[in-house]
Design a protein. Structure first.
Length: 116
C-alpha cells in the first residue's frame, strides 16, 4: 500500500474543523504542532508591538487513495471566496516504518467499503 503525508497549516481557531473534515474524508491519526508564520501581508501592530497569529501544523499519514478526498474536503474550510485561511498539501512517502498496523487495517476496510 502506498502512503502520503498530508500537511495542513491553519490558524489555531480552525484546528478542530480541519481535523473533523480530514477524518470525515478518511484520515485517522493527526499529529498537531504549534507554529507561527509570516504571510505576504504586513503584520498588524498594537501600540508598537507586533501581533502574530498562532497557527497549527497538522500532519497526517494516509493511504495515497485518500489524499484527493481529504484535500477536497479541506478546501471549503481553508478557502473562503478569494481569501485563503490556511494551506494544505501532500507529499508522497517513499519509505515508512512504525505505523500502527490498526491504521493499515482501517485503510483496507475503507477501501473495501468503497468497492461495494
Amino acid at each position: 500500500m502506498k502512503f502520503t503525508a498530508v500537511i495542513v497549516i491553519a490558524p489555531d481557531e480552525l484546528e478542530d474543523k480541519v481535523i473533523e473534515h480530514a477524518q470525515r474524508a478518511g484520515a485517522t491519526g493527526v499529529t498537531i504542532l504549534p507554529g507561527k508564520g509570516i504571510g505576504g501581508k504586513a503584520r498588524k501592530t498594537f501600540f508598537g508591538l507586533t501581533f502574530e497569529g498562532t497557527q497549527s501544523v497538522l500532519l497526517m499519514v494516509v493511504g495515497a487513495h485518500l489524499t484527493a478526498p481529504i484535500l477536497k474536503e479541506l478546501h471549503s474550510t481553508l478557502v473562503q471566496g478569494t481569501e485563503s485561511r490556511g494551506l494544505a498539501f501532500a507529499i508522497p512517502i517513499e519509505h515508512l516504518t512504525g505505523i500502527d498496523m490498526r491504521q493499515v487495517v482501517r485503510f483496507e476496510e475503507h477501501l473495501r467499503r468503497e468497492d461495494t
